[in-house]
Ligand binder design. Structure first.
Ligand code: KG4
Ligand code: ZN
Length: 347
């Protein structure tokens, strides 16, 4: 069964064709980084306009010479959460295609899609995950921990109380006058820095729950750059170099993410843990999590970089399992911007 998936929740316009949940036949992602770079972050209206401009071309490219719309058995789309203008473009396109081709329409939660990238990766490695796992979704918009029972069922067990980790990378990069997006620039700058040069806070690292907070570290970097201590008092330290600050910040964030991931896996007694989302592209995070998981006897699944960042392969892949379970939408489907980050539970 071939499913065509569409993703347009944030700043990536993506279309993919995936067969039977795992075989990626085609996957095209048009990034809008260049459009948002001058603003230092994603501008919702710019994102919606770019999706509007690019989606038809991305669809054509994904179909290529090999596939026709007639070959597609169902259409899937990211319905939530995300920027409403951006989501609406993808949802309208998917509804139109499903109606025109008279094929099923399947709605996907973007976060479930990120979690599914671990299943996609495991299948690519030719080994399946058929046991419960802990999944950490860590991106520009989300930082959340899930107890994943199976491919269709997961429970939110922790989340950030304020900023997402990727957002902290982006904001700290801006403070250090490094380029947007901040994650890759901080990683690059860190190569030349000493992660022990500045001791930034590791918020909530010892808490019993699986929640996070990244606004404190952002403020700590700001105060540090102003020559103040954590309470805002002037202490005139000799300010470290940008690479030293970048490396120290990166280390602090990675320490918290890895500690909480392994703690959650141990507490819940699972043997598999996964990290996904744009921040999972971070080399230090991947290496440190791998080393800690190995020590704890846990198998770590970190999807390939192009599966970690936003794409439509995880949308089309997960849609196959929803289709098998009869979870099909009708043409009344509406985009929903809600995010559990500002709610107590997912919607
Ligand atoms: O998943 P994603 O592509 O889009 C969202 O759904 O947000 O994640 C983008 C985020 C950005 O905040 C970016 O700075 C961060 O992922 N990121 C990284 C790295 N590459 C991307 N953060 C840390 N290290 C990286 N290498
Ligand atoms: Zn995402």
């Amino acid at each position: 069964m071939k499913i065509l998936g569409i993703e347009s929740s944030c700043d990536e316009t993506a279309v993919a064709i995936v067969e039977d949940g795992y075989k990626i036949l085609s996957s095209v992602v048009a990034s809008q980084i260049a459009e948002h770079k001058p603003f230092g972050g994603v501008v919702p209206e710019v994102a919606a306009r770019e999706h509007h401009k690019n989606l038809a071309h991305v669809l054509d490219e994904a179909l290529g010479k090999k596939f026709k719309l007639d070959d597609i058995d169902a259409f899937a789309v990211t319905q939530k959460p995300g920027l409403i203008g951006a989501l609406l473009i993808g949802v309208s396109a998917a509804k139109t295609l499903a109606w025109r081709m008279n094929k099923p329409l399947i709605a996907i939660d973007h976060i479930d899609g990120h979690i599914y990238s671990a299943y996609l990766q495991a299948k690519i490695e030719l080994s399946e995950i058929d046991v419960p796992m802990i999944a950490l979704v860590v991106s520009g918009g989300h930082t959340a921990m899930f107890y994943v029972k199976n491919v269709l069922e997961n429970e939110l067990i922790g989340k950030t109380r304020d900023d997402a980790a990727g957002e902290a990378f982006d904001k700290v990069a801006a403070m250090l006058r490094l380029e947007y997006p901040g994650g890759p620039s901080i990683q690059e700058s860190s190569k030349h820095g000493n992660p022990k040069s500045v001791r930034f806070p590791r918020s909530m690292i010892h808490d019993a729950d699986y929640n996070f907070s990244f606004s404190g570290i952002k403020t700590a970097v700001l105060y540090y750059l102003r020559g103040q201590d954590a309470k805002g008092k002037r202490n005139n330290p000799e300010i470290a170099s940008v690479p030293d600050i970048a490396a120290s910040f990166q280390q602090a964030v990675v320490d918290v993410l890895t500690a909480k991931l392994i703690k959650a896996a141990k507490d819940k007694g699972v043997k598999v843990a996964a990290i996904t989302g744009g921040v999972a592209a971070n080399k230090l995070l991947r290496e440190q999590a791998q080393a800690m998981a190995r020590n704890a006897g846990i198998r770590l699944v970190v999807p390939a970089l192009d599966l970690c960042t936003d794409n439509a392969a995880f949308i089309a892949g997960l849609a196959y399992h929803k289709f098998q379970a009869g979870l099909i939408s009708d043409l009344q489907l509406d985009a929903k911007p809600y995010t559990y980050i500002r709610q107590n539970k997912r919607q």
